[in-house]
Design a protein around this ligand. Structure first.
Ligand code: PMP
Length: 403
């Protein structure tokens, strides 16, 4: 049965990504993979979650834990999150927070809420692939977000109008972004708020990696900087999307949106229509583990991941040939590498996996226009230091053959 001609126009924008196909090749013995962007499972706080689920399911609370619950999310978890947001410069209450099924769901709902077909979304070149996947369904046009002001708001607005819509939002990860590992400095964040004001659009701040800073100066979230200007979250146009996926567990699928109340109320309607609420028992367990253990756990992750990052950066300096450049992230999970313009990293991927059993993600998938064919993303989160060194040795050997 061919369903194609039944599909709505939006389905034509939902394409299986080429990298999924490539990543299937990783399922072979001995591969050193820098491809996954996931946390190291050996550090999941399984014992703490085991106890928390048992507590949630005891005879007094099991009726709540297994029951339907409110779309906003489990109140004690939202209260804990509101207090945490306060610590990073975002004073707010639980009414400014809605729990989502990972931050991925927040991106989908925000696309649904904000984009009419032909509207413009400003994104980084490159940007998080999953954000493009979420937004694509709502048929936007993309334009290149320029943090340091080399294009004026008037230029963005007139191009968006010519394309039959308007600029609805700027989406970015300001800390240790996926895929580049780079951070937007304070000035860049301030500029972005200025541009959003001029364009009268919202800012979607994807904070998936924000807790994973290993060194360097802590920069307040964009939402915090906007609150500094305006005095209250209720006056702010920034929508902050947080997640427990890179810290406590991605499998429990818990993220949150923090924003002015009218935005949260609209999100709640989408949540009701979409899936009612995030699993009640998962939220209860998350609230317990986060409250007792979040800081300690994040300290462990900082130690482990920063050692791995250092191992990768040191191996790159030592082994990569001239003409290859890479970012030096202060946190997160990724290093972004740029090869000379004539090199196609999809071809490098095939050679690397076939001849050296080493993998990465070719970079062009992260560009809204498919450019960036000479780039690649390397993740350091899942391999120990020795494996990282060996993987970079293999990769540099392959790269030397294509330069
Ligand atoms: N944003 C970014 C930048 C990510 O890298 C990811 C996960 N790879 C997500 C959002 C979604 O994560 P989750 O839905 O698990 O919170």
């Amino acid at each position: 049965m061919d369903f194609q001609h039944y599909f709505a126009t939006r389905a034509s924008r939902m394409k299986a990504s080429e990298i999924r196909e490539l990543l299937k090749l990783l399922d072979r013995p001995g591969v050193i993979s820098f491809a996954g962007g996931i946390p190291d499972a050996s550090y999941f706080p399984a014992k703490q979650f085991g106890a928390a689920f048992q507590d949630a399911l005891n005879s007094e609370t099991s009726g709540t834990a297994l029951q339907y619950s409110i779309s906003e999310g489990f109140r004690p978890l939202r209260q804990w999150l509101a207090a945490e947001m306060g610590k990073i410069g975002v004073p707010c209450t639980e009414d400014n927070i809605m729990i989502t099924s990972g931050s991925q769901q927040a991106l989908d709902y925000l696309g649904k809420m904000l984009l009419s077909p032909g509207d413009t979304a400003l994104v980084n070149w490159p940007t998080y692939l999953g954000a493009l996947g979420a937004f694509n369904a709502y048929e936007p046009r993309y334009d290149k977000l320029s943090i340091n002001g080399n294009r004026s708001a008037a230029d963005f607005a007139s191009d968006a109008e010519a394309a039959g819509g308007r600029v609805k939002f700027a989406y970015l990860s300001a800390d240790f972004s996926n895929p580049t590992g780079e951070t937007v400095d304070r000035r860049g964040r301030e500029n972005l708020i200025d541009t959003a004001e001029e364009l009268d659009c919202v800012i979607i701040e994807d904070a998936a990696y924000q807790s994973l800073r290993y060194d360097g100066e802590v920069i307040p979230p964009i939402l915090a900087l906007e609150i500094e200007r305006k005095g209250s979250i209720e006056e702010c146009r920034t929508i902050y999307c947080g997640s427990f996926s890179k810290t406590l567990s991605p499998g429990l699928r818990i993220g949150w949106v923090c924003a002015a109340e009218p935005l949260i109320s609209q999100m709640v309607l989408l949540k009701q229509a979409g899936d009612l609420h995030v699993s009640t028992v998962n939220q209860m367990a998350m609230a317990q583990v986060a409250e007792a253990y979040f800081d300690e756990h994040v300290d462990t992750l900082h130690r482990v991941y920063s050692e791995r990052r250092d191992a990768m950066l040191a191996a790159l300096v030592e082994m990569m040939p001239e003409g290859v450049e890479w970012t030096k992230p202060e946190g997160g999970m990724f290093v972004w590498m740029t090869l000379p313009a004539h090199v196609d990293t999809t071809e490098v991927f095939k050679i690397a996996i076939e001849t050296e059993n080493v993998a990465f993600v070719p970079g062009h998938s992260f560009f809204a226009d498919g450019s960036g064919r000479n780039t690649m993303r390397l993740s350091f989160s899942c391999a120990d230091q020795e494996t990282i060194r060996e993987g970079i040795r293999r990769l540099s050997k392959v790269i030397k053959t294509v330069l």
